[in-house]
Design a protein around this ligand. Sequence first.
Ligand code: E4P
Length: 220
Amino acid sequence: MKFFLDTANIAEIEEAASWGVLAGVTTNPTLYAREGGKLADFHDHLKRICDIVDGPVSGETVGLHRDEIVREGEALSAIAPNLIVKVPTMPEGLAATKALSDKGIKVNMTLCFTVPQAMLAARSGASYISPFVGRFDDISEDGIDQLSQVVTALANYDFGHDVEVIAASIRSANHVTQAALMGADIATVPFAVLKNLVKHPLTDRGLESFLADWEKVKNA
Ligand code: E4P
């Protein structure tokens, strides 16, 4: 499993990149707004992220018509070679994904929840498909089970191009564990979740006792 960071926060991206574990970044309009992002700075902000990250960086389109989405996608794609165009799952999004992928522009199809949506995304040419886990849990449905169905169903077919599943809307270490066990290619996680993935109380306790014993060695 590869780890992407689900954020538009530059400091978080720099920190995760310094750990040597960061394979990519996903952003969305909410995450950019959370950083106080302005429309005029949007492309520059994505460029900064693309320069930091050695891997795909998703920038999302907001158009609702295929022509608009394609125009936005082309402009986003021109920002950097590692910029991936994120397009919402909807009929106009599928049409735009087909047009963009025909031009060699990679698309991450987002807001994907079900097997049929994922299947259509793959058929339209999407290189990445982002099933959302946590938002299912938010409405008292089993997001991990839904993700598992998507991973299993996609594995049944050859779409004629590479398709990677990004487990998205991840809220916990357990989500990551379950996604890894089922073979999801990527987990995109908020920075708070990434920090939690490293932690375990037994690791903390073990380190504490190793350091205490090392004090004994130094004073022996
Ligand atoms: C996916 O790429 C989205 O940015 C993200 O995972 C959404 O997660 P949320 O449900 O925590 O907003």
